[in-house]
Design a protein around this ligand. Sequence first.
Ligand code: DDH
Length: 295
Amino acid sequence: EHKVAKRSANWQVNYKNTLDNAEWDQIKAEIQPIINQGFGPLLVRLSWHDAGTYDAASNTGGPHATMRFAPVANYEANNGLGSARNMLAPIKSRHPGISYADLWSFAGAVAVSNIGGPTIQWRPGRNDAVDSSDSLTPDGRLPDADLGAAHLRSIFYRMGFGDREIVALSGGHNLGATHLGNSGYDGLWTSNPGSFGNEFFTRLNNDFFSNYQTETLSSGKTQYHDSSNKMMLPTDVSLIQDPSFTGFVQTYASDKNAFYGDFKAAFQRLQELGVGGGLGSPVETRFGVPTTGHD
Ligand code: DDH
C-alpha cells in the first residue's frame, strides 16, 4: 500500500474565527477598491492557487496561505501573485482576527460575486499554515498550461474533482490575462476580461480550430490566438480535444446559467478543500448587501 506522510497536528496556527457581521462587512468594503481598480481576476487567481494545492489522499495542501513562505511563493506557477498578497496585507493588519487564508479566499469569492459572476457562498474558518516542511506543499501541484487532458485529470482528480468541475473551473479564464513576464504566455482570453461570463466557452465551441492559430512566443511557449489577438492556453484547448470535456464546453457555451450554477458550486468546493468541520456560517459576498445571520 502506498503511504503518504500526514502532516503533524501542529502544522497550522490555531485560528478561531471571532469576527462579527460588522467587521466582515468592513473587510468586504476594504476589498472593494482593489476590485474596482481592476484586480478582481488577480484575486481570483490568488485564491485558486492557494486552494488548488490540495491532495485528498494525504489531506495535505489546500487553502492555508502557504504562499506567504518560500519556497511556495517562488514556485513558477505563483509568479505575479505577490502583488495580490501585498494589496491584501493592510487589510490583514487592520483586522488581525481574520486568517490570511480566509482573507485570500474571501477576496477571490467577493471578486467573482461582484464582477458579473455567480454569487459565491463563502464560509470562514481556514487556518494559516506555519512555515514548516510538513505544511508547505511541493512544487507541481498546480496545472502546467503546456500539457493536456490527462494532466488536467491527474491534477484535479487529486483534489477530488471530476470532469464536469474541471471544465467549469477552467471557465475562470473568462477573467483576466496572461503576462509574458509571469508565465511566458501573453494576452487576453475574452473581449471583456474584467467581467465574468461564458465567452471563454463560446470561443472554444465556435469553430475554434478555424479561428485560432498556434504561435510561439519569445518565452518559447506555444499558445493559440485569433485575428483579434484573443488567446488560449494548450490546456484550455484540451477541453475541446477530449470527448468528455467537450460535452461540458458545449453545455456552458449554450447555457450560461448552467455554467454559473456549476462554477458557483465548484468554486465553493475548491475554497473549502480539506477545511472540514471548522467552517462558520456564510458571509455575504455581494457589495452593498450586509451580512446577517453569521455567528
Ligand atoms: Fe488560470 N492561469 N489556469 N485558472 N487564471 C492564468 C491566469 C488566470 C492555468 C494557467 C494560467 C484556472 C485554471 C488554470 C485564472 C483563474 C483560474 C495564467 C496567466 C496561467 C498561465 C498568469 C500570468 O501570466 O499572469 C491552467 C494551466 C489552468 C488549468 O489548466 C486548469 C482555474 C481553475 C481558475 C479559477 O478561477 C478557478 C485567472 C482569473 C487568471 C487571470 C489572472 C490575471 O492576472 O488577470
